[in-house]
Design a protein around this ligand. Structure first.
Ligand code: GLU
Ligand code: ZN
Length: 316
């Protein structure tokens, strides 16, 4: 049993491009989940993935979220301003010999891995450098290396507030995973755990594309001595072809909908209908939705953004 603590949720956009209809539905659900419990909301810019960060995208994300009708009590909290915190966490992992320096290139890992792998996840790391100790980093000279977390061969169980009980073995999903990149920056898995823990986040509501990350993050919570938040992984928005919403499906950026004169309440109404909170697509504000919010009416399937739906809300 968890002791009762005030809810703290978060919106965590990556400023790697414009926010679009796909991200927006997830942010709306995350916001409603926290606010409907009287909780606080934090906005965090996940900008450590520097090569992919687009200038101006953080400001754009703030505008997009505000336009939609979301607000927050704290933030934007900016990851690139928090590097010492991630360094401390890495140090803790090093002390415990839970990480080791890995000199493999991407191509090395691809070659050595036998198992087929998913598009986004990359191959399962075969453990080539697992014989090393943390202190071996000192003798690597000029060689570039990443830090990998040693995963135990053990299924990780958690209760997903949307999907119910989940059991996943990170050994099969990723193997030993990178917590610090050879470029000298923290990997998403480490930064997100350090941030959610230190910022006192009690619930994480995010897209179900991140489910394979959750067992890895739970291992980091354990290793760093933090209590994990609750997780709810909600279905993604996909195009008519069933693939994750992307450029090939046309321009679904919030900024473009806005420029075309679509009202935020209209888009929110479309989402509310898609989540089972409204019987038909009709305008509603985020505030008006608060008493209607519930996770268990959201269909477990991805939400297919059919072209006629965009027409229905006056876009295209
Ligand atoms: N920044 C991530 C994204 O935009 C979200 C990470 C998370 O919610 O844990 O997909
Ligand atoms: Zn290696």
């Amino acid at each position: 049993m968890k002791t009762h603590q005030p809810t703290r949720g978060r919106l965590a956009p990556s400023p790697t491009g414009a926010q679009h209809v796909g991200n927006a539905r997830t942010y709306l659900i995350a916001w409603l989940s926290a606010r409907s419990k009287g909780g606080r909301v934090l906005l965090r810019m996940e900008d450590i993935d520097s090569p992919r960060i687009k200038p101006g995208a953080a400001e754009q994300a703030v505008d997009d979220l505000r336009w939609l009708g979301l607000d927050w009590d704290e933030g934007p909290i900016v990851q690139t301003e928090r590097l010492p915190l991630y360094e401390q966490a890495l140090d803790t992992l090093q002390q415990q010999e839970l990480v080791y320096p890995c000199t493999c290139t991407r191509a090395d890992v691809e070659r050595a891995a036998s198992a087929p792998h998913q598009e986004h996840e990359g191959p399962v790391y075969p453990g080539t450098c697992a014989y090393r100790r943390a202190a071996d980093a000192d003798s690597l000279g000029d060689q570039a290396f990443a830090w990998r977390f040693r995963v135990p061969d053990e299924p990780i169980t958690f209760h997903d507030a949307f999907r119910g009980p989940m059991t996943l073995n990170p050994r099969d999903l990723s193997g030993d995973f990178v917590v610090w990149k050879s470029a000298g920056t923290p990997a998403y898995q480490l930064a997100v755990v350090v941030d959610d823990a230190l910022l006192g986040i009690t619930e994480v509501v995010r897209g179900d594309d991140l489910i394979p990350s959750t067992p890895r993050q739970l291992l980091l919570y354990r290793a760093l001595g933090y209590a994990p938040p609750t997780f709810a992984h909600v279905p993604m928005v996909v195009g008519p072809d069933g693939r994750r919403l992307a450029k090939r499906h046309g321009d679904t950026r919030l900024a473009s909908l806005r420029a075309a004169g679509v009202k935020p309440e209209t888009l929110v109404g479309l989402f509310a209908w898609s989540c089972g909170w409204l019987e038909r697509v009709e305008p509603i504000t985020t505030q008006e939705l608060l008493p209607r919010f519930r996770l268990d009416t959201i269909p477990p399937r991805p939400f297919v953004l059919e072209t006629d739906l965009l027409r229905k809300i006056g876009y295209r």
